[in-house]
Each structure stands twice: as structure tokens, then as C-alpha cells.
Design a protein around this ligand. Sequence first.
Ligand SMILES: [Mg+2]
Length: 420
Amino acid sequence: MKSSIRDFQRGRTILHCDMNNFYASVECMNDPSLRDRPVAVCGSVEMRHGIVLAKNYLAKAYGVKTGDVIWKAKHKCPDLVVVEPHYDQYMKFSRLARDIYERYTDRIEPFGMDECWLDLSDSVIPADGKKTADEIRSIVKFELGLTISVGVYFNKVFAKLGSDMRKPDATTCIPYKSFKKIVWPLPVSDLLGVGRSTGDILSFYGFETIGDLAQAPERFLTDKVGKNGLMLKAFANGEDTSSVKRSDYISPVKSVGHGVTGREDLRNNEDVWKLMLELVQEVGHRLRQHGKLAGGVSVGVRDCKLRCCEFQCRLPLPTHSPMYLARAAYSLFTRRYGWDLPIRSLTVRAIDLIEDTSDIQTDIFTDPVYIDKMEKLDLSIENLRERFGDGIVKNAVLLGDTKMPEDRELQIVMPAGAFM
Ligand SMILES: [Mg+2]
């Protein structure tokens, strides 16, 4: 990095705020009788085989881990209180925390439901980063009854590392001068962007710590880790210049989406394709109801560690055809998702909506006769579903197990904000 760029980067003040044990903390907040007991938030026994989604510190002390099945968790901690998740409440507190952050800056980038980066460069001087972090922490605790851990640095990657270093209810500043002493001994898997498969590759070749990665030969990284290798090496050296997206980054987009948590985790592309075919029926239906066409599609993924990510692309031709949306969403998904982890929930969203009366510029490769036929087919399916119910006509691949939950109440439609 050139020194002028480095000086500019070092002038930034970035906070990473992470709500501690988010799901379990919200449950304990809403039901004070839980507060002094070990608590695990678990998926319902029938639908998800009862897996621990989150736990509080008392449960953690007994060795209860996220991903444990309930019987195993109870074996470790016989007094464990098991509660079902209340996603509407998590959404609410996620939003309330963001409202507090917005008092300090409009440059807020959420990462999942419980984490946000805040860029305070324009609102506080770098020396006041810690003071402001402490203030935000105490306001969140006072107003919401929840604790957060905050990391302070001049880039996003180390700010996030900082928030992981001390929990709960703590501020961690990593001084630039001693970052090597503090950051480099940490396991490489702690670094943002190092997923399970990348972590496995690195550790197989003996690169166990962030410092090992920082000093790894470039040739090795491009050969073994791929195109992200050099970026991760730069991260390990504290060279992350990415900016914090403004809080209104996505919200102006009007979108129509449908998402579910599968009965079981999705493990391969075939599982995903079947679930997508189900999801797009509803998306296509709602586009028609609203008189809209999708100019783009986005796919939201929440993996079994509850990390969210979202991929988007534009469509060559605006559409409300479920099959067309499904193909675009699937192709986008297979290009972008690396299968580091199985998938817990999936959302397909139609974005960049336009009126369905708009004049559409077709490209020369699209056969208008085919489009017309698809349109007629979709309309017939739409009419049949309206008259006889959603199950009356299905794609043949959906006759088997789609891992779609049968109980509609358990479907969780994630609002756009959840994936921002
Ligand atoms: Mg958290």
C-alpha cells in the first residue's frame, strides 16, 4: 500500500458491534425467569431434530455448543432450559440496536442480524473511538437490556477481530503499532473470510495462525487457496481498504421475496434447486399480484452456523416467470456459493422491480415465441393454483422430498434487512 493511502486509511475510525449471545440474550430479556438459568434456543424437535441455535453463558459453561442436538446438550447440562426461537423478536431488537447506531452515523453495514460495522470517521476523531464505543455499549445495555462487544480499528477486518476478543460487554481497541503482537498469534480461522474449507487447506499445509497466513508465500496461496488467497493475506497484514456501506445501501430497492428454513439442512445443489422451485412459485405469484416484473434476482443464504450472505444479479430480461426466476437464482447460487457449510435457510428475492406494463427491450438471443409459450404456461399454472390450491400442480422434481417445511407457521420470511 502506498503511504498516502495508508495514512488516509489510518484516519478512519471503524467500530464492529456484535450483540453477545444474541438469540439467547433476547429470550432472557423477555422472560426474566430464565436469567439465572442455563438456556439454549433450539429449533423445534419435530422439524429440526432439535438443534441448539444459541445458548447463554451459563449453558456455555457446561460445554453446550451451537449445533448440538438437544439430547446431547441436556446430557452435558441436565438443568438446561430449552426455548424455541422467536425470530420476530430478534428482528425487532436487531432494528432497535441499529436505531441506536444511527444516532452516531449513517454509515452502518449490518452483517447478519446481530453484527454491524459503523464508520465514525466523519463524526469522531480517531482518538475518541474507544470513548464512543464505550458510550454506545452503555446505551445499548441501558435501552435494550442487551450487551454488545465492540472492536475498534481503522479497517473492518481488524475491528471485527477486536469485537471477538473480549466478551461480553467489552470494548477492544487494537493499537496499530502492536497489531502483530495481538493479531498474529490468533488462529487463522478467526479471520474474516477464512471459511471452513479455506481454514482446512491452510492448516493442512501448516499455516495455523493469522501470522502464518500474513507471511505465506503468494504463489502457494494462489495455487492452493485460489483467488481469495492474496486478499486474505492482505487482511492478515491489516490491509483492508473496503468501506462501510451506508445504511440505506439496499433499502430503497422494492423487492418481493420468499424464504424458508428447511426441515433439514440443504447439503447439495440438487436440494437447493428443489427448494428454489418451490420458493419462486410464491415470488412469481406475488409479482403478478403487484403488477411487477423483476429486473434482477437475489439469493439469501443462512448457513448452519447462522451466517447470512446474499448474492445478486441482473436479469437479461425482466420477468415474473417462476421458472425463469428459478433458473437465474440457481445459476447465481451455483456460481457464488462455495459449500463451506450446509444451508439452513434460503430466500429468493425479485429485485429492481418495474411495472409489468413497461416497454421491455429484448435481446437478440431470446426467442420471443418461447417467452410467449412460457408466459401462457405460467398463467395457466397460476390460474390452477388460484382455483384449486397451491399443491394442485407441481414441477415433477418436486414430487420427492424438497426439505420444505410442511407446517407453514414455521416458515420464516426474512426481510431484506436481514441479509444486508
Ligand atoms: Mg453475536
